[in-house]
Design a protein around this ligand. Sequence first.
Ligand SMILES: [Zn+2]
Length: 255
Amino acid sequence: MEEALTVILGLIVGSFLNVVICRMPQGKSVVLPASHCPRCDAAIPFYDNVPLLSYALLRGRCRSCRGRISPRYPLIEALVALGFWLSHHSFGLTLHAAASAAFLSLLIALAAIDLEHMVLPDELTLGGALLFLAYAFVHPGIKWWEAVSSGLGGALFFALLYVFYLKVRKIEGLGFGDVKMALMMGLFLGLRRLVVAVMLASFSGLLVGLFFIVFRKKNLKLALPFGPFLALGSAVSLFCGEAILAWIATLWIRA
Ligand SMILES: [Zn+2]
C-alpha cells in the first residue's frame, strides 16, 4: 500500500516535471497556464492528463487535433515513479528517502532539458544545491562541512576541466552548467559517491561518444551534452556507489 502510494506520488511529480522540462528552457511560468497541446493549443482536461494512463488510452495522440504526443511524457513519468519507488525501497519511509526522490527528480529534469536544449537551468542546479545544503544542516547523520567540501570539490574539478577545454583545446567542451550540476551532486552524494558518479558519467559518455564517432561518422568536435551522463552516474552511484567502490578495491588488491 505504502509502495503503491509512493509510485502514484512519483507519477504526479513526473507529470509536473514534464511541464517544467517543456516550459523552463523557454522562460515560461511552470505554474500557469494549465496544460495545452503544443500543436493545436487546445486545453487538456484533467481526465486526459492522468499520468501514463491518458497516454495509453489516447494511444499517444491529442484528443482534439490527433497530433502525436511525444513518448517523452510517459517516459519521464515512469522514470520519476521508478525513482520514488527505489528511494522508498532503499531508505524506507524517511527524510532521506524524500531527499533522494527530490535528487532523482532533479537529475531527470536536468538530463531531459540538457538533451533537448543543451542547457542546465540554474533554477534546477543551484536551486538543488541550496536544497541539499539545507538538508545537510538538517540531517543529523550528515556533517555539513563534508557535504560543502564535496560540493565545492566537484564544482572546482569541473571548473578546471572547463578552463582546460576553453584555453588548451579552444572549444567549449563543457558548459558552466556542468560545474553547477557537480556542486549539487557533491552536496547530496558526498565525496565517495561523487567520485563514483563522475567516473560512471565519464565512462558512459566516452562509450556513447565513441559510438557516434565510429558508427555515425561524427567528428571529434561533436558536442554531446554531458548532463544526462552526470545524471545517470549520480543515480547509479546513489544506490550502488559503495558497492562499486568495494568492487574497485578488490580489483586493486588482486592487481
Ligand atoms: Zn492537439
